[in-house]
Design a binder for this molecule. Structure first.
Ligand code: SF4
Ligand code: SF4
Length: 194
């Protein structure tokens, strides 16, 4: 079902509309934090990977899932039926609305690094949307306008909690990097020169 953030398909009231838009905003915020966490790794192997794992078959969920289409909004029109969202040399063209599997970082290239927190947060993002409507995960719900206000409120609160956890993890990661840099900088500290 085609939707835009401005007009979810079968919205039945202002309250539902508000909850869905708040969920969309929080979801985008969490995606941005997860991407920043991945970018804050000492060595992100994707940048130099010669066998990139992105495939149109993975990207497709972002345009087939009613929820992800809602997150994407009008950007859905830029989908390429052959390449999906992948652009050689530039990587993923999506800053938000990616399939959730794209945040799991199960690639063995990441195993040498401390990606436990990112994987934990990504798994939490996936599981918080379980049982959104009639036992279905939100990605499988064919019309998110049918999700009730009570369930939307629960999803919203879970997302808020996850956003706060993810922000704390990002702060911790950036602090650790800064501490590492300042410790490394001390080697060349002119005040230490004899
Ligand atoms: S996740 Fe692994 S296989 Fe995929 S692009 Fe990154 S390094 Fe390459
Ligand atoms: S990261 Fe982007 S390009 Fe890669 S599979 Fe996911 S949506 Fe497609």
């Amino acid at each position: 079902m085609t939707q835009t953030p401005e007009s979810p398909s079968t919205m039945t009231g202002r309250a539902l509309d508000d909850w869905l838009h708040r969920i969309r905003a929080l979801h985008i915020e969490v995606e941005a934090i997860l991407q920043s966490l991945a970018a804050s790794l000492d060595d992100n192997p994707c940048a130099r990977c010669t066998r990139v794992c992105c495939r149109e078959v993975f990207c497709r969920e972002s345009v087939e899932s009613d929820f992800l289409r809602f997150v994407l909004g009008p950007r859905v029109e830029a989908y390429d039926e052959n390449a999906g969202w992948f652009m050689p040399g530039a990587g993923c063209r999506l800053s938000c609305g990616r399939p959730l599997v794209c945040y799991e970082y199960f690639c063995e290239e990441f195993d040498a690094q401390d990606v436990g927190t990112i994987r934990l947060l990504s798994r939490a993002l996936k599981t918080l949307y379980a049982n959104a409507l009639a036992g279905q995960h939100i990605l499988a719900v064919d019309d998110i306008g049918r999700i009730g206000a009570q369930r939307l409120r629960i999803l919203h609160d879970r997302l808020e909690g996850l956003r706060d956890r993810a922000n704390a993890a990002l702060r911790q990661s950036l602090d650790a990097r800064l501490r590492g840099k300042s410790a490394g900088g001390a080697v060349d500290d002119p005040r230490g020169a004899a």
